[in-house]
Write a protein that binds this ligand. Structure first.
Ligand code: ZN
Ligand code: ZN
Ligand code: FE
Length: 748
């Protein structure tokens, strides 16, 4: 076997992920010699040794890699000319700092650190801020680039000699782990009473004692502050709801481990893997028993996460089993993340505070997802995922996509890399909007992006639209306006890396249509270049506009009336007459074609819910009410004109007949959703016949409905369609910025 020299260029995301020390170890194990350096595209490695070992090393680059690294190509050039390297070294970078520097998401505590945390002989035994190259805070502590301790909120903590020794030793697993610290040199925990007075004693033991004593304790995490308390009684969660002014929205819980979670919920192997992954998202798991845990969630699922910081682990080691762990914020305002802010705004909510002196620079909420058919189905892509880039083949230039409004996110891109922001919230709140602006600046700085194009929604009143308009005018940039449901469709296409043209079923609550009305029950065709509206729900009038979105019974009255049915038996003479008059004179009754509103109306009519205390509640409770194993559906009509319309008159006749016959809400809910699934299939067939298209993408907030999603996909597939759903970004409005970006980067 001959000795050779090889020059290997590795493209992809290999910087800031512990790639060089990792390669160092591989090379040492294989007894090769040479060097590695960072380049603007990735890394360059030069090695010398036996040819078969060089080949093995090159082949293994694809699979054996640090877990955050993303390898896109490996090009090796071999030569017989040896350079006589001895040992292995890391060479200074040739070029300026990489254009593709990755900033890692925050990573849940790793096995090695957890072992040390629990080892009485280790010098970091029970140290609440233990971390290493493979775990710990990242995105949330970075103030500026390059990613270097000096530019993080760890800057104020000077490493002690021992930590510095580990940090500079390439053989050590804390080599260049920027937040490296220990009890001698790092942050410390503080436990305070409700007045902000530091309490003596072990903060962890104190907090566990108080939580077990049914108190509500604020716990500082990675991207913000949580409120923790027990839920084994009715009273504690009720007290938390009262104090937080959160009436009915579900709370997430944190369990000691997957076994503990399995006492409350069903967990598949795939769900368990996601729960235990380094990202540690909240996974929505089906309750073991319908109707159980009503004090935490009014639907069939519970949001569960596992401990992800050393502080969490210490709390559970000290004797907790499962606690509510909910973001500390007031109603819909952004999550609280600073110590002073917590003490001020949570006074009267938290009984005590478990804080620390490591500042959080960037807010980042917990991610939230379902696992459907073994694959992730995100609702909120945030901590653990952001700011890892989403790749997009064929995208060009630098673009800023401003997203929608209620579940706002933005996306910035540089060529094929798209960086979608963390969960931002509802831009109508001034505090949320300020954070949105700040985060856009932060992302552009972190990834050195100077947008050439700005994309926004068609909606003239979205805060994100005015932001885009202002900036485009100020900086002389091209402004691209993208219709809301087209963006949803493109988002699901880009999520699945589809090109060409598809059928898009886009169902959601609201989006501004090209005709100025509210859309939301749409069938589109098209791609990144353009779209056509092929079908929609027949118009629904919303008496009182926004008020009808909260008082959802109004929509039911309006639909019954328009279908020629008398609403009085269901909603009373008085309310029916009031709405009737509004509709007759055309007072503030805009029309929409929204699936969310149709769900609201059916929810109210079936007696499931008349008022929505949070967005989507009517639909969520309808899904929760549905009978299992019911396959019947109602009759309905599809009309043909310039496009297909789903006509609901016969549907309402059938539902009112069911009510008259005394059928249960569970059957009505199931039959209704089965009808929607069937209607989607019938309309897709017609569109396929008209257009020849056979690929279908599913997007929009209504597809957070797992009952519908898991029935529609196999139904369409059985009919020969190729069906695509989200797995990297959310189907709800959080995913809109990703679709807007794809359209601007690839389409126009
Ligand atoms: Zn670690
Ligand atoms: Zn130290
Ligand atoms: Fe939407």
């Amino acid at each position: 076997m001959s000795r050779l020299r090889a020059n290997i260029k590795v493209n992809g995301i290999v910087q800031g992920v512990g790639f060089r020390p990792f390669i160092h170890k591989q090379i040492k194990d294989l007894k090769l010699s040479g060097w590695i350096r960072n380049t603007s595209e990735g890394a360059e490695i030069e090695i010398e040794g036996e040819e078969d070992l060089i080949d093995r090393f090159t082949a293994e680059l694809w699979t054996k890699k640090p877990f955050l690294a993303l390898i896109e190509s490996v090009d090796a050039v071999k030569t017989a000319e040896l350079a006589g390297y001895e040992g292995f070294e890391i060479v200074k970078s040739k070029a300026a700092p990489s254009r593709n520097t990755l900033i890692s998401p925050d990573v849940g505590i790793c096995e090695d650190c957890l072992r040390e945390l629990r080892d009485p002989k280790n010098r970091r035994y029970r140290y609440p801020f233990i971390n290493c190259t493979n775990c710990g805070p990242r995105f949330t502590i970075i103030k500026d680039v390059p990613y270097d301790r000096a530019y993080t909120t760890m800057a104020g903590f000077k490493m002690c000699p021992e930590c510095y020794g580990e940090y500079t030793d390439i053989e050590n697993r804390r080599y260049h782990a920027e937040p490296t610290c220990c009890g001698d040199c790092g942050p410390r925990l503080i436990y305070m009473d409700e007045g902000g007075r530091e309490l003596p004693g072990d903060p962890i033991k104190n907090a566990v004692r108080d939580i077990k004593d049914h108190k509500i304790v604020a716990v500082k995490g990675l991207g913000g502050i949580h409120l923790a308390c027990l839920f084994d009684d009715e009273e504690t969660p009720a007290r938390l709801r009262r104090r937080k002014q959160r009436d009915e929205k579900p709370f997430a819980i944190m369990c000691r481990d997957a076994e503990t979670a399995a006492r409350y919920c069903e967990i598949s192997a795939e769900e368990r893997a996601v729960l235990e992954s380094y990202r540690r998202p909240i996974v929505l798991l089906k309750k073991k028993r319908r109707g159980s845990l009503a004090q935490i969630s009014e639907n069939d699922y519970v949001g569960v996460m596992l401990p992800y910081t050393p502080v969490h682990c210490l709390l559970f080691d000290e004797g907790l089993d499962a606690v509510i762990m909910t973001s500390a914020n007031l109603s819909d305002l952004p999550i609280i993340y600073r110590n002073e802010e917590a003490l001020e705004k949570l006074s009267g909510i938290a009984d005590a505070f478990l804080l620390n002196d490591r500042d959080i620079h960037t807010r980042c909420d917990d991610s939230l997802l379902y696992v459907v058919d073994g694959r992730e189905y995100p609702l909120r892509r945030s901590r653990g995922y952001v700011p890892f880039p989403l790749t997009q083949r064929g995208a060009e230039g630098m673009v800023l996509a401003c997203g929608a409004e209620q579940k706002a996110s933005f996306s910035v891109s540089k060529g094929k890399y798209v960086f979608q922001s963390q969960h931002i919230g509802d831009l109508k709140n001034i505090e949320t909007f300020e954070n949105y602006e700040k985060q856009i600046g932060h992302f552009e700085n972190m990834f050195s992006i100077k947008p050439e194009k700005i994309v926004c929604d068609l909606h003239p009143d979205y805060m994100s639209t005015s932001y885009a308009e202002d900036r485009a005018a100020r900086e002389g940039l091209q402004l691209v306006r993208v219709q809301h449901h087209w963006a949803h469709m493109a988002s699901c296409m880009a999520d699945n890396e589809l090109d060409g043209e598809v059928i898009g079923i886009v169902w959601d609550g609201t989006g501004y249509g090209t005709d100025g009305t509210v859309w939301g029950g749409e069938f589109l065709t098209g791609g990144y270049e353009g779209f056509a509206r092929r079908a929609a729900l027949a118009p629904i009038r919303l008496p009182g506009g926004d008020r009808a979105v909260e008082e959802i019974w109004r929509i039911a009255v309006s639909m019954l009336k328009d279908a020629g049915l008398d609403p009085a038996p269901y909603f009373g003479e008085e309310r029916s007459a009031l709405i009737s008059r509004m509709l007759d004179v055309g007072l503030n009754s805009p029309v929409c074609s929204s699936m969310g509103r149709l769900f609201d109306a059916v929810s109210a009519l079936a007696g499931i819910r008349e008022l929505a205390s949070y967005e989507g509640q009517g639909a969520i409770l309808l899904e929760t009410a549905a009978a299992e194993g019911c396959s019947e559906s109602y009759l309905y009509d599809i009309s043909e004109g310039d496009m297909y319309r789903f006509e609901y008159r016969r549907l309402l006749e059938a539902i009112t007949a069911d009510i008259a016959a005394g059928e249960g809400k569970d059957l009505i809910a199931a039959r209704f959703m089965n009808t929607m699934v069937d209607m989607a299939l019938q309309i897709c067939r017609r569109i396929r016949r008209d257009s020849g298209l056979g690929r279908v993408v599913l997007s929009g907030g209504s597809f957070q409905n797992i009952y519908m999603l898991t029935r529609l996909v196999p139904m369409l597939e059985a009919d020969g369609f190729e069906v695509y759903r989200h797995s990297r970004v959310s189907a709800n409005d959080e995913g809109v910025s990703f679709g807007q970006l794809a359209i601007a980067a690839k389409g126009r």
